[in-house]
Write a protein that binds this ligand. Sequence first.
Ligand code: GLA
Length: 413
Amino acid sequence: MNDESNPDTGRRPLAKATAERFASEFQDVDHTSATRVFYAPGRVNLIGDHTDYNGGLVFPCAVSSGIALAIAPRSDGKYRFKSANFDYSLEIESLEQLIPIAREWVNYPMGVISELKQLQDAKQSWQASGFDCFFSGDLPDGAGVSSSAAIEVVTAFAINAFAELNLSALELVKLCQRAENNFVGVPCGIMDQFAVTMAKAEQAIAIDCNTLRHEHVPLKLAGACFILANTNQKRDMAEAGYNDRVRECQRAIELLQPRYKIKSLAELEPDALASARDLFPDDDIAFKRTAHVVTENQRVKLAMAALQSNDMKAFGQLMIGSHHSLRDLYEVSSEPLEHLVKAALDNPATLGTRLTGAGFGGCTVSLVETGDVAAWIASVGAAYEASSARQADFFVFKAASGVSEINLDEMAI
Ligand code: GLA
């Protein structure tokens, strides 16, 4: 991933390379004047995991790697999808052929188009004309940094722009979440699509996933920086575990509702946890999931307060508490993640560390004192390799902007 001082500088070269690939992949059609290029970043969640689909708080930011999309309309109603990152490509004759293809990346753009189709009068001209599109990304795949949300959002944003659909940013966010829920079949919350769309450079976003109210918070880290570390354990088996957690939380809500007037787990007050225990007589799992959601929600509030008062130590401690809760109560950690967290915690420059995203592999995010960051990476990397026999990749990141169009004709600044 890119580690530039301006968090958005990496998107222009990627966009340019994507436009060039687009031109060479689709030479049979003259797209020269109509091609437009868009970009959506990945995201890292700083604190607040598995709270979004429970109506809770999350605190993500976008990163300076992402997905670029070059796209141009056709005139014959065909759609062609290609990617620099995957061998699979797809051509369909019309939107009647939008059918999920087992485990293929094209389900993300197809899901978005399917949702747009349901929203829009079928006579809309973009649906009749079709288009060619080419995706290319520099996000690690399967690492839990939301490459799928980036593909969805860049597709929705691009069609919204070139077909002049006038959908608001929030409508696009919700549409992309529906695409993932309905077409891809993952019952995800709204955090990833929200972050990828709404992010601002050098700021994180606090999102209340119940009301969708959100606030951008400057990431002024007094003497510290965030480091993303990839365990390189692919999150291939994560889907089943994620679906189980969603179901367990639904069970918990049903057990709580006879006594508490709540629609989602995050609405339960932390003080009520102990007295709610008797509602879960034979369901320890559902209670543990509830305890995670309720305490994690509280930690997000405290972490934002810590950031506002420049208390990086307190922020770091809350990250560690979050990890323990995700490991012990929500049970979404993994052996490689534990090795990486332990390696970070053994280093005196670490203020906090936790798994980020859904878990079951993927990445950790650490808050580290900005003394000798290179030495930190070398020693944590060596300790991780010694204990897990895997190599980690490290990225010191700054918060980047959300989805945008990249105008390649403009002079780069
Ligand atoms: C995945 C989902 C999100 C969220 C996180 C866990 O990234 O897509 O909606 O639930 O896991 O916080």
